[in-house]
Write a protein that binds this ligand. Structure first.
Ligand code: FAD
Length: 413
């Protein structure tokens, strides 16, 4: 069967696809979302940044999320060798949201799709995109396979590929490009905590830094479940042997701070391993399509930027497509690629300088410099387009320079 020519087909119903769908639907365009899985489904990416609240609010998806009482995230804590670096989003250079959430994504994402369906958005689950055929003018015929293997075709003027690590168009159109970041991997699971401490200690999101390039995340949810995960160089993680549960249990010994809290706690699912998670693409758009979220680029989990980039790029894509369908010209290179790359470059610097150790020097140097901290805090909140922030504008020099000054100070003292 062939469905009639819609304006926009969205591939994937994660946060990226949902934000794009919400905006386009609000603009009155005819759209359809196709999603490979049935929801709720597990996906990693549980720590959000304040910046993404702007996106959910703008498209009318914030209230349904607020009603879920997810754990509030008002900052982030980094630990290394007994030194604590606490960021508080209310003390940041750039004005904007000073809180967000720590979310089990199965619940978070199904909240979004339920709300969209209530608004009348057509979302089809268990429908996998298997092929796409573009015409000269950018319009497309997409082949969808349902759970029984039946094929159907959707005609659309535009495609937004929000398929996450499914990376549908990068695969089908050969747009994959190796990431410039070092090869890192991760192993993670959820535990139902029986020894969660009372108060803030029990609920605060923490990054426990074991060495410059190996760290543990602890992300407590409001439902009593906590996400734990290790990140490190692929070759480091590959040194661990045994079952996934045995591996992560052994790795927990690296965390003197958390080992006892999670010792003996059952894993709610066998720990998941994602190898060499950094992804990149040759181009972010083409005639008749855009790539958003993880389908475009994924850097690193260390600053929790994934979902925020997913919603930022989705909302911008949706706006530019609306503009073009309204007959106004769009300079995709400038209005889409350059803008998105600007933010990606800022975050890339912080990811790279995290693993060189330079950023950690700044985080864990004492006494702290409150002005520098506020400026870095704005970056960590996801406000990476604010050029009034020196740590955005001069990102490629400033982190290194400040780290060098700290080195000089330390040597002289
Ligand atoms: P997704 O949420 O992955 O959604 C894509 C959807 O597309 C899926 O539901 C999938 O089923 C569907 N799909 C795939 N293929 C097809 C197909 N062929 N046809 C139809 N549908 C399809 N981000 C954060 O913000 N915070 C974090 O703390 C964080 N931690 C992370 C830790 C690790 C180890 C990794 C690897 C990533 C982490 N991320 C984090 C990144 C985060 O997972 C993603 O950035 C985020 O989920 C991207 O959202 P999305 O909407 O682009 O994709």
């Amino acid at each position: 069967t062939t469905s009639k020519n819609i304006d926009v087909l969205i591939i994937g119903a994660g946060p990226s696809g949902c934000v794009a769908a919400a905006h386009l639907h609000n603009q009155g365009l005819s759209i359809k979302v196709v999603e490979k899985n049935n929801f709720p489904r597990f996906v990693i990416g549980e720590s959000l940044l304040p910046r993404c609240m702007d996106h959910f609010e703008e498209v009318g998806l914030l209230d349904c999320l607020k009603a879920q009482n997810f754990e509030v995230k008002s900052g982030a804590r980094f630990l290394k060798n007994g030194v604590v670096c606490d960021f508080d989003f209310s003390k940041k250079h750039t004005p904007g949201w000073d809180w967000t959430w720590q979310v089990p994504r199965a619940d978070f994402d199904v909240t979004l799709t339920n709300e969209l369906q209530k608004k009348g958005v057509n979302i089809e689950f268990e429908q996998e995109v298997v092929a796409v055929d573009f015409a000269e003018d950018g319009s497309s015929k997409t082949t969808i396979k349902d759970s029984e293997g039946n094929l159907s075709i959707i005609e659309a003027k535009y495609i937004i590929d929000s398929s996450g690590f499914g990376r549908v168009l990068p695969r089908l159109l050969d747009l994959d490009k190796p990431s410039a970041l070092p090869k890192h991997s991760s192993i993670f699971t959820h535990v139902k905590e029986t020894k969660r401490p009372k108060g803030v200690e029990g609920t605060i999101i923490t990054f426990d830094v074991v060495t410059d390039d190996v760290w543990l995340w602890v992300i407590p949810f409001s439902n009593g479940v906590t996400s734990i995960g290790f990140v490190g160089p692929t070759e480091f993680l590959e040194k661990y042997t045994g079952s996934p549960s045995e591996k992560i249990t052994k790795m927990m010994e690296l965390s003197t701070y958390y080992q006892e809290r999670f010792e003996g706690e059952a894993h709610l699912f066998p720990p998941v391993e994602i190898k060499n998670y950094s992804k990149s693409v040759k181009q972010l758009y083409g005639k008749g399509f855009t790539l958003t979220g993880n389908s475009a680029e994924f850097l690193d989990p260390v600053f929790s930027s994934g979902v925020t980039f997913a919603t930022e790029s989705a909302l911008l894509s949706a706006k530019l497509i609306t503009k073009e369908l309204n007959g106004e010209p769009v300079d995709w290179e400038v209005e889409y690629t350059d803008y998105i790359k600007e933010g990606v470059h800022v975050f890339s610097t912080y990811v790279k300088e995290w693993y060189t150790g330079n950023l950690q020097k700044i985080f864990f140097h004492r006494p702290e410099n409150p002005e520098i901290k506020k400026q870095i805090c704005a970056v960590l909140a996801g406000y990476v387009w604010d050029k009034s922030n020196p740590f955005v504008k001069n990102h490629n020099r400033l982190v290194k320079t400040v780290a060098t000054v700290i080195d000089m100070e330390t040597k002289n003292s």
